[in-house]
Structure formats: structure tokens, C-alpha cells
Design a protein around this ligand. Structure first.
Ligand code: ATP
Ligand code: MG
Length: 201
């Protein structure tokens, strides 16, 4: 196979942080991927209804700013252009069509693995990608036969453990605590310009 090797790291990125970027660049390096796409969810079906989600255009602007100087890592607006609720199955199908002969690697943090069983059209996704699991502090992977990874072509990539989450960052910003070195400086600039996340100075 000679097509491109493409990593897909989907997320809400509300906001993007260095945990996402460390996952992207290290997976790209370890697996020799040509590109890693940070695919910004339009309406993340897991999160809709549970909390207000920042407008997709703002989250995309943050990711674009964050990856501007990061070769091989790109922001993808594919799910935003598609509109509506974002399902990974649609994204994978679209990328497979755009890159015939390419190989797709779906990158998820270990916290997402237990949720896989709830994904829509799981079989389609499973057929089209190699699942790449990166470690995430506070979660241990259930790799038992019959567990959530059964039936997947799966590999794992060990990355520096960073105990950072967007949830924590939103809370930090709202209470005026610094985001510096947790969120790329270019993205912090966008947060300030657009006045996102409340009291960020
Ligand atoms: P939230 O707290 O809002 O859920 P998050 O920090 O988990 O935000 P997401 O946008 O939900 O960020 O995550 C997108 C993807 O990146 C998921 O697969 C998630 O597991 C992974 N990820 C996020 N933060 C880290 C981290 N610190 N280390 C490794 N993987 C991470
Ligand atoms: Mg999350």
C-alpha cells in the first residue's frame, strides 16, 4: 500500500490544549503518519445537552491557531462543513473516499475506549481504521478479550502523561487562573480576542 497514512484525532477541543497536540505529534512520529487531522466536532453528540458547548467556529479557530506552526498536524473543518450532529462513522467514510488507497488511524485517548460500544455504526468504523490508543492519566485500558477493544485492529502509543483536560481549562479560565503553557500561546491569543471562556486575562 502506498497511499498516505492519515491520523484522525477527533474532539470537541473546547479548548484545544497541549495534551491534544502531544498526542498528535507523538502518534505521527511513532507510526510514521503523513498527517494527523484534528477534526473539530460540530455538535458532539456525547456532550450536547450536558453543558453549553462553545460555537464550532470558535473551537476551529483555536485549533487552527494551535497547529499553525506544527508540520504534519492540521485542523479539519470537515464535521463543521457537514453540519448537524457529528458522527465518527461519517467522518471516516468521507476521508476514506477522499483518500482512496490511504490508511486511516483513529486516535483516541484511553478515556474514550470504554465508550466505543456506544458509537453509531461502529462496524463501519471498525472496518475502515486502525484504532490508536494513547494513554491518559486517570484511565486504565481494558484490553481483555470481550472488552471494548474486541474486534478492532488496535495499537497503542505511549505519550508523556499530561493531566490536562478542556474541562479543567474552562474552569481555570472562568476563575481567572492562567492557561499559559497548557494551551498553545497562539490559541490563548484567540481566546482573548474572541473573549471566550469568561474571565481569561
Ligand atoms: P473535555 O474535558 O471537555 O472532555 P478533553 O480534554 O477530554 O475535553 P476532548 O476534546 O474531549 O478533550 O478530547 C479529544 C481527544 O483527545 C479524546 O480522544 C481524548 O481522549 C484525547 N485527549 C484529550 N486530552 C488528552 C490528554 N491530556 N492526554 C491524552 N489524550 C487526551
Ligand atoms: Mg473529553
Amino acid at each position: 500500500m502506498s497511499g498516505p497514512r492519515i491520523g484522525i484525532l477527533g474532539g470537541t477541543f473546547d479548548p484545544v490544549h497541549v495534551g491534544h497536540l502531544v498526542a498528535a505529534v507523538n502518534t505521527r512520529y511513532e507510526l510514521g503518519l503523513d498527517r494527523v487531522l484534528l477534526v473539530v466536532a460540530n455538535q458532539p453528540w456525547q456532550k450536547v445537552g450536558s453543558r453549553p458547548v462553545t460555537p464550532a467556529e470558535d473551537r476551529l479557530a483555536l485549533v487552527e491557531a494551535a497547529v499553525r506552526d506544527c508540520p504534519g498536524v492540521e485542523a479539519s473543518s470537515l464535521e463543521i462543513e457537514r453540519g448537524g450532529v457529528s458522527y465518527t462513522a461519517d467522518t471516516v467514510a468521507e476521508l476514506a473516499e477522499r483518500e482512496p488507497g490511504g490508511e486511516l488511524f483513529l486516535i483516541i485517548g484511553a478515556d474514550v475506549a470504554p465508550m466505543l460500544g456506544t458509537w453509531r455504526r461502529l462496524d463501519e468504523v471498525r472496518r475502515c481504521v486502525t484504532l490508536v490508543i494513547v494513554n491518559r492519566p486517570g484511565t486504565r485500558l481494558d484490553a481483555r478479550p470481550g472488552g471494548p477493544l474486541a474486534g478492532w485492529q488496535v495499537t497503542s502509543v505511549e505519550i508523556p502523561a499530561l493531566e490536562i483536560s478542556s474541562t479543567d481549562l474552562r474552569e481555570r479560565a472562568a476563575t481567572g487562573r492562567p492557561l499559559d503553557f497548557l494551551v498553545p500561546v497562539e490559541a490563548i491569543r484567540v481566546i482573548r480576542e474572541r473573549n471566550l471562556y469568561g474571565d481569561s486575562r
